[in-house]
Write a protein that binds this ligand. Structure first.
Ligand code: 5GP
Ligand code: MN
Length: 340
């Protein structure tokens, strides 16, 4: 481990005053905010005259592959050598939309060993202390909104163009579930208003992200809804998807995203979960969502080797799908009074 250097915002600002080699990375299984914030920052850095590259740990959903800059994104898992070369010569590494190097999945080792100055921009709870400069704010609706603030703080709000704006809009839109989560503030709306003013095509972006379903994905939704269960005394809903069910429809990246929210949409439900079997990784991937004060970040940390936010978190289980659900049922029984 190299010695941690602590930078002030002004240090970061002066570092960015002259051309640098910069890598931007986001978390494994990137979502709209991970990709949107990374590509938004990327377009800004390029405009400022830096050499910038976005490296994602692994592949991400097709419905995000229209965002300007997509063709330059390097997938670490597929293109390890190329990614490694970029990381080797980097002066700065921005880590976006995650709070611990472990969240970079296959990149954890290289990022831990990499000696470039790291700058974290993230809104997840309990950030680790690995970065030379940490911009962490758990009250932010998205990392994309933070990238907007970051550029603004650097005095460059006028450099925010349509490419940056479209990427950031995608991040804000997806992480707020189209502006409906509680962390969507008047400031969020002001930022989005600005992005629309500079030409961001909000309606078109919404369509590109949400109306790009394959027939198979909608069939998978049917299976998921069929498997939806409610545990009424605990105000809990859960969905299971076995590997067999996923194979039957020929699952693609992103197909299961958002399914967990159907459980939460049931009147009275405070906690929703989805359990997705992944035979290849030998795990059950778990997504957790809550309404109100119930903290699923805590639940994920304590019981499912995961984390996230108070109302949206994830984790995993090494048990079988059946055993995992059994344990979950026992767990929520003990939590019934907290889920009232
Ligand atoms: P999702 O359920 O959509 O995969 O993730 C919801 C939130 O929890 C996201 O903010 C994501 O970063 C976080 N999250 C999901 N899975 C994990 C995990 O395995 N570990 C940690 N620490 N966070 C996770
Ligand atoms: Mn995010």
């Amino acid at each position: 481990m190299f010695l941690m250097k602590s930078l002030t915002f002004n240090d970061v600002k002066s570092l960015l005053q002259s051309p640098k080699n910069i890598v931007v990375v986001c978390h494994v299984n990137p979502d709209g905010d991970a990709i949107g914030s990374s590509l938004g920052l990327y377009h800004y850095l390029i405009q400022k005259g830096h050499v910038a590259n976005v490296i994602v740990p692994n592949d991400y959903p097709n419905f995000l592959k229209w965002i300007p800059g997509t063709s330059s994104v390097i997938q670490f898992e597929k293109n390890t050598k190329k990614a490694q070369k970029k990381l080797d010569v980097a002066d700065l590494v921005f880590t976006l939309d995650f709070n611990a190097l472990q969240r970079s999945g296959p990149m954890q080792k290289v990022l831990t060993e990499n000696t470039a100055l790291k700058i974290m921009i993230d809104h997840h709870q309990q950030p680790d202390n690995y970065a030379a400069y940490t911009y962490s704010d758990v009250n932010m609706c998205s990392t994309a909104e933070m990238v907007y603030n970051f550029i603004d703080q650097l005095g460059d709000i006028d450099l925010i163009n349509k490419a940056i704006g479209s990427a950031l809009y995608t991040g804000i839109m997806t992480d707020t579930a189209s502006f409906r989560f509680p962390k969507t503030t008047s400031t969020t709306h002001r930022i989005v208003a600005h992005l629309i003013e500079i030409g961001v095509e909000h309606s078109e972006i919404h369509s590109k992200v949400y109306d790009a379903n394959r027939y198979e994905r909608i069939k998978l939704l049917g299976t998921a809804l069929n498997n939806l269960n409610v545990i009424a005394p605990s105000h809990t809903a859960y969905i299971t998807l076995s590997q067999k069910e996923l194979d039957k429809i020929g699952q693609q990246k992103g197909d299961t995203e958002g399914l967990v929210n159907y459980g939460l949409s049931i009147k009275g439900v405070k906690l929703a979960a989805i359990f997705i079997e992944n035979k290849e990784e030998g795990i059950i991937k778990i997504s957790l969502r809550s309404k109100g004060d119930f903290d699923v970040n805590l639940l994920a940390r304590e019981h499912f080797s995961g984390g996230g936010h108070k109302n949206a978190a994830g984790g995993k289980s090494m048990l079988s799908l059946e055993k995992t659900v059994e344990e979950f049922k026992k767990l929520v029984k003990t939590l019934a009074s907290k889920l009232k």
